[in-house]
Design a protein around this ligand. Sequence first.
Ligand code: FAD
Ligand code: MG
Length: 460
Amino acid sequence: MTNLQLTSYDCIVVGAGLAGLIAARNLQRQGHQVLVIEARNRYGGRMSGQYLPSGQWIDRGGQWVGPTQERFLALLDEYKIRRFPSPNQGKTVLVFNNKRYEFNGFFQGFHEGEVPDIGPAEWQDAMSAWARFQELTKTLPSGYPQSNDHTKKLDSKTFAQWIEENTSTDFGQWYFAYMVRAVGFLGPAEPQQVSLLHVLWGQNCAPQAEHPEAELIHGGAGQIPDKIAAELGERIRLGEPVVRLNYDSAGVTIETTQNTFTAKFAIIAMPPHLAGRIIYHPPLPPQREQLTQRVPMGCCAKILISYEQPFWRKQGLAGVAQGNCQWLELCADSSDPETGVGVIATFVVGDRYIRWRSMSGPARRAAVLSDLAIYFGQEALFPISYDEVDWPGDPWTGGAYAAFMPPGVWTSFGEALFTPVGPIHWAGTEMADRWPGFFEGAIRTGEAAADRIALLLREK
Ligand SMILES: Cc1cc2nc3c(=O)[nH]c(=O)nc-3n(C[C@H](O)[C@H](O)[C@H](O)COP(=O)(O)OP(=O)(O)OC[C@H]3O[C@@H](n4cnc5c(N)ncnc54)[C@H](O)[C@@H]3O)c2cc1C
Ligand SMILES: [Mg+2]
């Protein structure tokens, strides 16, 4: 038995991640009665931080912001949160097939600066395939992928198939696998798991060329949820998973594990697979039911390793590394110059994650540190702290950084991602048409959902 709460709300927002918090805050600012219901005992979802004993913060979820992420930048400015350029002075390390290279450049699809000394045929193979990839992205119109003959063809292929057809060297193959596995394109995913159409779409609406990792935040992105939540005060309930949602044209009745609430509208602000776990009555349209069975989260753990100092700088290294090592394909310097502590953020992704997660805690740590030593030298073996964030093992997220589309999903079920069902509206970074998978996408969908509900409330 759950307790029926007598107040009826204008809108109940389910999920206090960034999208849900923004939606609720914006509705409340317009004078509407809102309630936010969150499963976890904390706000923020994938926006989550922590201070270490050293005084250095770490972001357990997302951490970076880039110059074209306008809504996120506006939010940072609104709360007077200061940023700093992501440290990248010095050489990048590339380790490919057990050979180590240092170079004054970087590549994640498009490349900048010096080219690594990988061999002209290998580099040329990657670059000419990149040019073809770019050409192919231009064949998609802007906005969500529509369903037509062209997109259906692209959606019938995995990214692995495209890589196979367009590269002829080991390095060329890895160049693209790295992009989808380490960098993301929403997911991240192993290339054989993701639709070519999805990758092309990700490249169009969230391109690395716009430098989404250009800046970091003093004190971390994880400080933001508390600031938004402070404005909502008592209107957020933590530790109450929503289990059931009944709806009709008059509104919604929402059951949590403890209580029952009613409202005119609901915004479900979470990744699609979690939205699909709620029991809806009447059942959702079959297209939506089918969609939420098909949108998996990326398989990725984040690891933050800190050191007395950013020791790699003494060797002229940037703290940025990429390569096909056994566990780590991407490392990034996340040291805040104001603390002096050295922090490397890294990820274990895809099939590497599955193997790594089956090992003991000490073995996982040893695996990560030994790869760091290959990239940055023996000092990497002696951190002052080591934090693993196992997002796939966390039932209230289920993976990182975000969800991705396997073949056939966009063109058969894509519309259900954002189409409201009666009084139920959707939000969350996965359904953004600009910067999906990023904080920016989450904010955009939260703002859009609040705008739509505000309009509907005026009409009611
Ligand atoms: C490791 C990692 C690194 C990332 N790096 C970056 C980065 O550097 N820059 C960037 O811009 N983005 C990054 N991202 C992505 C960014 O964090 C997300 O896009 C964003 O935080 C998603 O917000 P959201 O509100 O859409 O979803 P979430 O944050 O997932 O919020 C959903 C909320 O719903 C709650 N919930 C789920 N089910 C229920 C239920 N039944 N009842 C009640 N509540 C429920 C969850 O607990 C959660 O709080 C990263 C993410 C991860 C995980
Ligand atoms: Mg969030």
